[in-house]
Design a protein. Structure first.
Length: 475
């Protein structure tokens, strides 16, 4: 099933950011349940999209936009809770029930108290900044198309998070565990709707039903806590309410379990079309490249350097354990693609800034934090000072890892030197790895050029790593 252009518009960031502006006006005019709910929904969608896109784009505007909506979202949440609790009280007790009327009156007073903080948050909400972000951020978001496999990997991360919370909730059965599960399922649902709309068309009904069941459990837990903390009702009356809540809560949990427990649960159905385990390393590399594209002013150079670095690696990897070669190859590719990310912040010393930015990345599914840290170090040494015991992060590595950083850092440094002018003059390289020297044949190399002099200096780290001289010659 193909998602229509109208549907894509209605789920896009631009649509939801405009909805926030519209709903802010409606809530300010009349503080009624529907506008409050609609504004919170729009804010949640914007923050959910930002949560996903910061994995690809480190622009600070994403975090600023999220922060701007947080206070308003939370203050409205307290008011919204009174609306939800009133609905539950109406459902759990007949209209002529005296305790129902007492609780409704208490909730009305409580809502009026909470409105003050919400009105203040509305007044403090900076519409001008929000409008500026609404002009800036949707175009950045559009650089990654909906239904991209990269978003499939992101949604799979949300699936793993929610699935883990599911098992914890079934094991612990605490209110907190089910609350965390509700949040996890909600993040998964919104990620699917925001980024994989084609799948959402098939899953929408089940996702909403599961989230609603967990939402009802949470609402009933809030109602129970409210009753326990409120001495308004007589103990015997309060106990009757608690019994009604327990029965309804059990019914909601059974609805959830009916769909989410067992061999034919929705967990397996949702997992099936998402990326397979064998695809995750490659998707991780693509995510690194997308992340770099928002920062590196010359991504074509980074891609060419990665191309040359892999050719060098393939000619030199006999000295690396066979089981480690594919991992090392992909780490080198990642470092090569991201080595110039620091140029977005500075020119002189950008290699150090690149390393710092890479270290801050959350590893994508299929990659480890250690591998991302290794890529940051390799990028750090693509130019500038050589690896040294005086560098804290490098010196903290075990000896085998330090040797690997020297090898891969030497390869990257040499590959970068091959494209010093960012003109792809050297089109490809081949390595002849025979003792006692390493011969690199470079297509486009000229011995009597400034590039030759630059390569003569750049090969030193490679020579140190392999304990052999490197000879460069024309192909």
């Amino acid at each position: 099933m193909v998602t229509s252009a109208t549907q894509l518009e209605r789920i896009g960031l631009g649509y939801w950011m405009q909805q926030v502006l519209e709903q802010v006006g409606k809530v300010a005019d009349r503080f009624e349940p529907d506008p409050v709910h609609d504004l919170r929904t729009a804010l949640r969608r914007c923050r959910s999209i930002a949560d996903g896109l910061v994995s690809f784009d480190s622009d600070t505007a994403w975090k600023k936009m999220k922060k701007a909506g947080k206070q308003l979202f939370q203050s409205l949440g307290a008011v919204r809770d009174t609306h939800v609790l009133r609905d539950w009280i109406e459902r759990l007790a007949p209209e002529n029930d005296v305790s129902r009327r007492m609780l409704e009156e208490w909730l009305t007073k409580r809502e009026q108290e909470l409105r003050g903080a919400a009105i203040t948050a509305l007044q403090q909400f900076d519409r001008n900044k929000w409008e500026a972000w609404a002009q800036q951020l949707p175009s950045r978001a559009a650089r990654i198309p909906c239904d991209s496999p990269l978003f499939g990997q992101l949604v799979l991360e949300r699936w793993h998070e929610a699935h883990g919370l599911h098992h914890r909730a079934l094991r612990n059965r605490t209110n907190v565990a089910y609350h965390d599960l509700r949040i996890g399922v909600k993040r998964f649902r919104y990620s699917v709707e925001n980024f994989l709309p084609s799948l959402h068309e098939f899953w929408a009904g089940d996702l909403k039903e599961v989230q609603d069941a967990l939402g009802d459990v949470h609402d009933l837990d809030v109602l129970s806590t409210t009753l326990n903390a409120n001495a308004l009702l007589e103990p015997t009356v309060r106990e009757r309410w608690r019994e009604r809540i327990r029965e309804e809560r059990l019914h909601c949990l059974e609805k959830y379990r009916g769909k989410m427990v067992g061999r034919d649960s929705l967990w397996a159905r949702w997992r099936a079309p998402l990326p397979k385990s064998g695809e995750l390393r490659t998707l991780g590399l693509q995510r690194f490249e997308i992340w770099t594209s928002f920062l590196d002013p010359d991504l074509r150079h980074a891609r060419h350097v990665a191309h040359l670095a892999v050719q060098l690696f393939d000619g030199l990897s006999d000295d690396i354990k066979p089981d480690d070669r594919e991992t090392c190859r992909s780490i080198l590719q990642a470092a090569a693609l991201m080595h110039n990310a620091g140029r977005s912040r500075m020119n002189k010393g950008h290699h150090k800034e690149s390393a710092r930015l890479i270290r801050k990345l959350r590893p994508p599914l299929g990659w480890t934090a250690g591998e991302v840290s290794m890529a940051s170090l390799i990028a750090r040494y693509h130019r500038g000072a050589m690896p040294s015991e005086s560098h804290k992060i490098f010196s903290a590595l075990p000896k085998s890892k330090r040797s690997l950083v020297q090898v891969l850092g030497g390869i990257l440094r040499f590959a970068c030197a091959c494209d010093r002018q960012h003109d792809a003059q050297i089109r490809r390289v081949d390595v002849e790895s025979s003792d006692p020297v390493l011969r690199v044949r470079a297509d486009g190399y000229g011995a009597d050029t400034s590039l030759a002099e630059h390569l003569a200096a750049a090969r030193y780290l490679l020579e140190v790593a392999y304990h052999r001289p490197v000879f460069v010659m024309a192909s």
